[in-house]
Design a protein around this ligand. Structure first.
Ligand SMILES: *[C@@H]1O[C@H](CO)[C@@H](O)[C@H](O)[C@H]1NC(C)=O
Ligand SMILES: *[C@@H]1O[C@H](CO)[C@@H](O)[C@H](O)[C@H]1NC(C)=O
Ligand SMILES: *[C@@H]1O[C@H](CO)[C@@H](O)[C@H](O)[C@H]1NC(C)=O
Length: 309
């Protein structure tokens, strides 16, 4: 445990320095932990970054780390902090209850709207931030890597009323990891043995919030074709799930080859796209600008018109 804390602490320090070298004159402040953000059944941790120049009704971006990571380590190696300085959104990094733990994407509680466990705690972080910073409830977004990518899909499925868009890097379809136990490991799902029709996936998602009849978030799925941690079948299953929910055929309407090195983008409809990495393993590296473009945050040019200086 001690050695682990040391390692993650070191990673955080190195990450922050690496991010600070190229284009930063002023040193950016770090994350602040928020203690009382509402009901938190599984004891997860909330960290926040609120830039000095905040939009009057700021968007909220929720970022979720992989297994064996912490909020601070992930903050240090991603650019969402410096991009928050430029674009004036509120940034939340969630953290699992114990160092190194994965997100709970396997229990009935977490796979149910306000059903308990990690998903309820994360939803309450967003509700807290919306209220405290006069956030724009129509511009709330979630993203993550690996376990955080799985949780990204779970949040989009269980809280479709909360999120306008999601972007996930190397995860699994929401519900695929179900085991009935908290923080369970579903070897069949990870091994690419769970295959469902779009209608069956959609039914599983609707069961997470049965009374909900509104729109579901936009979904962006990244996966690499030599991923041996979460089998590459995950990509097609995720596309089937969100095609089923969003009412798309599941066949791409547009293909953009090599839109970035090794990455091909498939567009399935206005609200669904997949990015397939050739020769890319676990994970497809977070692309902050691509995610923020998908969210619609990076459309406007600086200076931010409705910015509070
Ligand atoms: C995913 O689906 C596409 C289109 O049907 C197919 O060509 C491809 O082989 C599938 N990938 C995997 C890993 O099953
Ligand atoms: C891109 O693909 C090549 C060849 O398949 C591979 O060696 C390389 O590691 C890949 N790059 C990234 C960033 O994954
Ligand atoms: C990230 O996405 C942008 C487009 O939003 C693209 O231009 C860039 O090449 C991508 N970077 C990587 C490392 O894939």
């Amino acid at each position: 445990m001690k050695a682990w804390s040391l390692l993650t602490g070191l990673m955080a320090v190195l990450g922050i320095q690496a991010a600070a070298i190229p284009d930063q004159v002023v040193k950016r402040a770090g994350l602040t932990q928020v203690q009382n953000f509402g009901s938190n059944p599984s004891g997860i941790k909330m960290f926040i970054y609120v830039p000095t120049k905040l939009q009057v009704k700021p968007p909220i971006v929720l970022v979720l780390h992989a297994c064996a990571w912490t909020a601070n380590a992930f903050f240090g190696t991603t650019k969402y902090g410096q991009l928050a300085d430029q674009h004036g959104y509120v940034l939340i990094y969630g953290q699992t209850p114990t160092d190194g733990a994965c997100w709970d994407v396997s229990s009935t509680q977490s796979l149910t709207h306000d059903g308990g466990s990690d998903s309820t705690g994360l939803a309450n972080m967003v509700r807290y931030a919306l209220q405290k910073y006069n956030g724009d409830a129509g511009r709330v977004y979630v993203t993550g890597e690996s376990s955080g990518a799985m949780m990204t899909q779970v949040m989009a499925a269980a809280y479709p009323d909360m999120f306008a868009a999601a972007s996930e890097f190397s995860g699994e379809p929401a519900g695929c990891f179900y085991t009935g136990s908290v923080r369970g490991w579903n070897g069949d799902c990870a091994g690419g043995k769970v295959h469902k029709t779009p209608a069956d996936w959609a039914a599983q998602v609707h069961k997470m919030y049965p009374s909900y009849t509104g729109q579901y978030p936009k979904m962006q799925i990244f996966h690499g074709d030599v991923d041996t941690t979460l089998n590459i079948a995950s990509y097609n299953e995720s596309i089937k799930e969100w095609s089923g929910i969003l009412g798309y055929s599941g066949n791409p309407t547009q293909t953009i080859n090599n839109y970035a090195p090794n990455l091909t983008k498939y567009i399935y409809g206005e609200k669904l796209q997949g990015i397939w990495g050739r020769g890319v393993g676990h994970v497809v590296a977070t692309n902050e600008t691509e995610a923020l473009r998908w969210f619609g945050i990076m459309v406007r040019k600086l200076p931010i018109p409705d910015c509070r200086y």
